[in-house]
Design a protein around this ligand. Structure first.
Ligand SMILES: NC(=O)c1ccc[n+]([C@@H]2O[C@H](COP(=O)([O-])OP(=O)(O)OC[C@H]3O[C@@H](n4cnc5c(N)ncnc54)[C@H](OP(=O)(O)O)[C@@H]3O)[C@@H](O)[C@H]2O)c1
Length: 324
């Protein structure tokens, strides 16, 4: 058993956390003392070591309310790695001291805190060879990419795949996983500096969209995935062969455009399934994926971490809060 966790188990009923008492952006966040959460049935409490940020989270309704009820004060940052510090009734497959990583439900308190309580099925064991920072940074984008390719697109070896935004947080994992699955991977990026990274991640063809490019050259793909996060351009629908699949991550697609080009257009939200997390844990532990970390901040500087979302990033990858 982890001695540090045991010590914390017997410690106070409070913890330090990053919280927002009113809806808004990073300016609302304060680092303060908060009640320490207690796990209910089928839940675990995790002593957080690293928590990764999805900046858009502060704009999502579920961050601020659950079932239409305001739930401020809220704790952000739902992607985490840490050590189980307490288990609730009914949890038999995890014990205190287990290293785990996972995703907290978005309509509950997150992991920018010393402790987070989550359903036990929303975590998987983390291999000791994988750092807490890498595990927290990978879990949401890698799981999204894995589910997009496996469960939504059903990508198979030899298929032609187009990824718009192939070096973003999700896009980088899409590129790596699709290459490993044996697909022929074409990606678009929006800077010349991202081109070399896209090739290193496994892209067979890279289109830099800042240079003049002919979207009608991008056609006949079995699957196209939009991982940019803005409005899906019409040429993405046109890039898919009739009967193929377009996967969009940011919002439900246009059925009108899907019908116009005879494609299946699919929106999905990542589901935190234990078996998928375990598959991911195996892939990351095998060293088969590159996890990019743009920057880290201590929990006490969590507000600055969120504020950094509107500044130029020092490099590709996730912003991670170091908790312990
Ligand atoms: N449905 C789900 O379950 C789910 C889960 C996770 C994420 N998402 C969504 O997926 C989207 C992507 O998330 P993310 O975290 O991967 O975002 P991200 O890290 O910001 O990635 C977006 C990437 O697209 C690039 N880009 C911007 N404009 C482009 C253009 N015109 N052409 C090509 N590339 C372009 C960006 O480059 P620069 O950084 O250089 O601008 C960046 O590399 C977001 O909408 C997010 O909300 C959905």
């Amino acid at each position: 058993m982890d001695a540090e966790v045991t010590a914390k188990n017997t410690a106070s009923l409070t913890m330090m956390a990053l919280r927002a008492h009113e809806r808004g952006g990073p300016e609302r966040l304060v680092f303060e003392e908060a009640p320490r959460p207690v796990p209910g049935p089928d839940e675990i409490c995790v002593a957080v070591r690293a928590a990764a940020i999805t900046f858009a989270e502060l704009t999502w309704p579920e961050t601020w309310e659950a079932d239409g009820i305001d739930r401020t004060p809220v704790i952000p940052s739902h992607e985490f790695s840490g050590v189980v510090s307490e288990v609730g009734p009914g949890v038999v497959d995890l014990t205190v001291g287990d290293s785990v990583f996972g995703i907290a439900p978005f309509n509950r308190d997150g992991a920018a805190a010393e402790f987070v309580v989550v359903p036990s099925l929303s975590v998987a064991r983390k291999d000791a060879t994988v750092s807490d920072v890498d595990a927290a940074a990978a879990v949401l984008p890698a799981l999204t990419a894995w589910e997009a390719l496996r469960d939504q697109a059903h990508v198979a070896a030899g298929q032609h795949l187009l990824i718009r935004g192939g070096t973003g947080a999700v896009g980088a994992f899409l590129t790596q996983f699709a290459h490993a699955m044996g697909a022929e991977v074409t990606v678009t990026v929006n800077s010349a500096s991202a081109e070399a990274r896209a090739r290193r991640l496994g892209a067979d063809h890279v289109v830099v969209t800042t240079a003049p490019f002919e979207a009608h050259d991008l056609q006949g793909f079995d699957v196209a995935i939009d991982a940019v996060g803005d409005d899906v351009p019409e040429w993405m629908y046109a890039s898919v062969r009739p009967g193929g699949r377009l996967i969009v991550l940011q919002e439900p697609p246009s059925q009108e455009l899907a019908d116009k080009y005879g494609v299946s257009a699919i929106f999905f939200v990542v589901s935190t399934r234990r078996e998928r997390l375990e598959e991911l844990a195996t892939l990351i532990a095998a060293g088969q994926v590159e996890v990019a970390i743009a920057q880290t901040f201590p929990l006490s500087a969590g507000k600055a971490a969120y504020e950094s979302g509107s500044l130029p990033k020092p490099g590709p990858g996730k912003t991670v809060i170091l908790v312990s």
